[in-house]
Ligand binder design. Structure first.
Ligand code: G6P
Length: 482
């Protein structure tokens, strides 16, 4: 792969574009900014530079030409139905996702999926190589694109290449299962800087490199001695790693939650729930990593024990549809449907549901109102790279109200130590923690919430992007800038 240089100084590569294609009933289509945090993080970094973003356009459609939006060149990559099945649903979400999340469901290792992953990573690398100006900075995101750093370096050694992992990096005892693990590590080592959510994730990566590739490390720098390698080439490499925990746009969430319409909506939500004394809230993508079943189990037992009763207490569980064609997600959905049905059958009264379960996604305004309406937010993943819902909750609670129950298996737990931390596998402990959060004195709750807000305010998504890019700039092995 040899490319002529393009004209963009800053190029982002992520599995998804920062926009979604919306097709109206009359067949017309337009682009809408995606709700995700990555878009708001990248925007200030990209403004004022010649910037481009390479990503999958979403649904299988005909070829879409690159286009400009808000001064940024968007470069859609199209995937066929088979490529979506093999690269996205298969290797990314049935192999890597469960493997990197502690094997909560068994990962599936299929050679055909791996071949598709290699091919699609090559396409991303080629597109970036064509767009990037000489000496440009490239920021690659997440587990779907782990081979892109080395593929890109082979084509464009002049580039400064960073990669950030939004999800956990597993211990080598688990990572070692992956039949193509060595290739993944060699794919990543093409970067100048590899960013992770937690120090432990960076440590797991370095240990995997040491055990599977025989690299050495000094401090946070991994050294590859050089070998006759098809991905990495023969030259020795020094690659910096580090923990740069991602965050949210605190100011915009805080401002949104202060808007009169949002506050009014929060009161309306509580009223439509029957004005209970305590509203418990869960907000998750419908994913087996999120610990929704464990949470429902704890809630069900609290009702059974008589510790909580309707109509005083209700759980509002929002589960955003996700990866609906992947079997484990379909199974999870029917398990949760069953659990919610049983809890409501056993413990609801007329007009007083024990659990309100909504399988939808909601706009930001509604999310802010939900956060304001909740007395206790339950964030109980079995494993989560960060969990931005926890940070959004803190940013929304300008009133100092609310309590956060937070799993210690989230990246967020390392920063939000004033939350009510829990181990979601320990149902007895989880029940006690939920009760403690519900019964805590308001002044003590306020102190906790203000401390969490301070943390998220001073470590927002803009600070994250700056820290990341500074680390990338300072990484060793600086390429010669032509
Ligand atoms: C996680 C991943 C992202 C992914 C998102 C939604 O946050 O880290 O890379 O985009 O989930 O999942 P989806 O498969 O719909 O893109």
């Amino acid at each position: 792969m040899v490319s002529a240089a393009g004209t963009f100084d800053f190029v982002v590569a992520a599995n998804r574009l920062p926009v979604d294609r919306v097709v109206e009933a009359d067949g017309s289509a337009h682009w809408q900014t995606s709700p995700g945090g990555l878009v708001s993080a990248m925007d200030p970094v990209m403004q004022g530079r010649r910037a481009a973003w390479v990503g999958w356009a979403g649904d299988p459609t005909d070829e879409i030409a690159p286009f400009d939006r808000d001064g940024i060149r968007l470069h859609p990559l199209m995937l066929t139905v088979t490529e979506i099945q093999d690269y996205y649903e298969g290797f990314s979400n049935e192999t890597l996702w469960p493997l990197y999340h502690d094997v909560i469901v068994p990962p599936r290792y299929r050679r055909r999926w791996w071949a598709a992953y290699e091919r699609i990573n090559t396409r991303f690398a080629e597109a970036v190589a064509d767009l990037a100006a000489p000496g440009a900075t490239v920021w690659i995101h997440d587990y779907q694109l782990q081979l892109v750093p080395s593929m890109l370096r082979a084509a464009r050694p002049d580039l400064r290449i960073g990669w950030f992992n939004h999800i956990p990096f597993p211990p080598v005892e688990l990572f070692g299962q992956l039949p193509w693990g060595r290739s993944v590590l060699r794919g990543l080592l093409g970067a100048d800087f590899l960013g992770f959510q937690r120090t432990n994730d960076a440590g797991n990566f370095m240990r995997a490199c040491h055990q599977l590739l025989g690299t050495t490390s000094t401090g946070d720098v991994v050294s590859w001695a050089g070998a006759d390698d098809d991905l990495l080439g023969a030259e020795p490499r020094r690659v910096r790693t580090g923990a740069v925990p991602i965050s949210i746009d605190f100011t915009s969430m805080d401002e949104l939650a202060r808007e009169p319409a949002v506050r009014h909506r929060a009161a309306e939500i509580r009223a439509s729930l029957g004005d209970p004394q305590t509203v418990l809230l869960g907000v998750d993508r419908l994913d087996y990593t999120k610990g929704i079943r464990h949470r429902l189990r704890a809630i069900s037992e609290l009702f059974a024990d008589g510790e909580i009763t309707t109509p005083d207490v209700t759980l509002l569980q929002i589960a955003t549809p996700s990866r609906e064609r992947v079997r484990a997600y379909q199974e999870l959905r029917s398990q949760i449907d069953g659990q919610v049905g049983r809890i409501n059958g056993d413990f609801s009264g007329i007009g007083a549901s024990a659990v309100h379960y909504l399988h939808h996604s909601y706009p930001r305004e509604e999310m802010a109102a939900l956060y304001l309406a909740a007395d206790v937010l339950l964030v109980t993943p079995l494993r989560d790279g960060m969990n931005l819902v926890a940070k959004e909750y803190a940013a929304s609670r300008w009133d100092g109200g609310g309590a956060l129950v937070l799993s210690e298996f989230t990246g967020a737990a390392q920063e939000l130590s004033q939350a009510f931390l829990c181990n979601p596998h320990d149902i007895v402990g989880l029940k006690q923690t939920i009760l403690r959060a519900m019964r805590e004195d308001p002044a003590a709750l306020r102190k906790r919430m203000l401390a969490m807000r301070r943390r998220v305010r001073t470590h927002d998504v803009h600070a994250w992007a700056r820290r990341y890019l500074d680390a990338l700039e300072a990484a060793p092995g600086k390429p010669s800038r032509g």
